[in-house]
Design a protein around this ligand. Structure first.
Ligand SMILES: [Zn+2]
Length: 152
């Protein structure tokens, strides 16, 4: 190998690919209730009593099977964290800048991330009350909830 140059050439890049995601039985039931009934469903663990939104098949705390323990949760809740998205990437749900918030719905123990629209320059803060605004057209994904807004 003497005299030869070894190359270890790494090209940095990003790809944005269309894809299909199999939501599974639990995720499908959650998304169909959102789309068709504007209901937000969670699952409540019969053993440790944790309510998960979005629902999951197995309790992450005690490993119980959760697939038949559905509960309705509220469409309002509170902000447990947030960030402002300032960069633009393909397939973002909206044009930046926008607020992505962690929202713990009433009746749920776990937060999930969604878009938070703050009207008239209002600033989000942890603990603020928010409510879901459902999409006017049926959507087969989490954007069946168009966004959350601050409660007046
Ligand atoms: Zn549990």
């Amino acid at each position: 190998m003497s005299g030869e140059t070894e190359y270890a050439y790494v090209v940095e890049g990003k790809m944005a690919l269309p894809y299909q995601y199999f939501a599974g039985a639990v995720g499908s039931k959650f998304l169909i209730a959102l789309r068709d009934e504007k209901r937000i469903l969670g699952v409540r663990c019969p053993k440790c009593e944790t309510t998960f939104v979005p629902p999951r098949q197995t309790c992450e705390r005690c490993f119980s099977d959760l697939t038949s323990h559905w509960v309705d949760v509220g469409s309002s809740g509170e902000i447990t964290g947030y960030t402002v998205i300032n960069y633009k990437e393909p397939y973002q749900p909206k044009e930046p800048p926008y607020v992505l918030a962690l929202i713990k719905l009433d009746g749920a123990d776990t937060p999930f991330a969604h878009i938070l629209n703050c009207a008239d320059g209002a600033q989000p803060a942890i603990g603020m009350r928010v409510r879901a605004v459902f999409s006017k057209e049926p959507k087969d994904n989490i954007l069946a909830i168009s966004h959350f807004e601050l409660e007046p």
